[in-house]
Design a protein around this ligand. Structure first.
Ligand code: K1U
Ligand code: ZN
Length: 172
């Protein structure tokens, strides 16, 4: 079990676009296991590779409700192939922006094509929190954060707060 360090804003690594994974091998499966351990430890319901400084197209999720059995999911080279026209609003958080939550509107349902941990091609249609989480994590792989959907005022305010905290930590 390896818990990796989760990068927070304003680290520019979070703005990088991740590269496709060419071959799903044991190193990728170990990365997926480390990402799940890191996500459960945080705790969170999702984690993208760029959040631990790995610029590869992979994210993990577990949106099981409290008290339910764990339901870890691994998405390699994910692509949204269909999004619904109807939208839904969820209060989102981000492990790279701790303790900051805001409502974001996104397509209510999506169909995602991806490879599983055995490298097999899969398609999944999702709605509810799973659909929101898939879109949030796929955004991470493209260097996009949920604060990009907020007003400039709200976004600037949170970036300023975290930039100041990072400067204080660097000085100490
Ligand atoms: O990608 C991330 O930063 C993880 C993020 C995923 C997410 C949450 C909510 C809406 C969309 C995407 C989180 O997991 S934030 C933490 C969180 O939601 C949570 C933490 C503990 C228990 C339950 C939820
Ligand atoms: Zn996030």
């Amino acid at each position: 079990m390896t818990i990796r360090n989760i990068i927070t804003i304003p680290d520019p690594v979070l703005r990088e676009v991740c590269a496709p994974i060419e071959s799903v091998d044991d190193a990728v499966r170990k990365l997926a296991d480390d990402m799940l351990d890191t996500m459960y430890d945080a705790p969170g319901i999702g984690l993208a590779a760029s959040q631990i400084g790995i610029l590869q197209r992979i994210f993990v999720l577990d949106v099981a409700a409290e008290g339910e059995d764990k339901s870890p999911m691994v998405f390699i080279n994910p692509e949204i192939v269909w999004s619904s026209e109807d939208l839904s609003i969820y209060q989102e958080g981000c492990l790279s922006i701790p303790e900051f939550y805001e409502e974001v509107e996104r397509p209510a349902s999506v169909r995602v094509k991806y490879q599983n941990r055995d490298g097999e091609s899969q398609e999944l249609e999702a709605d509810g929190l799973l659909a929101t989480c898939i879109q949030h994590e796929l955004d991470h792989l493209n260097g996009k954060l949920f604060i990009d959907y907020l007003s400039k005022l709200k976004r600037d305010r949170v970036v300023k707060k975290f930039s100041k905290a990072a400067r204080m930590t660097a000085k100490a």
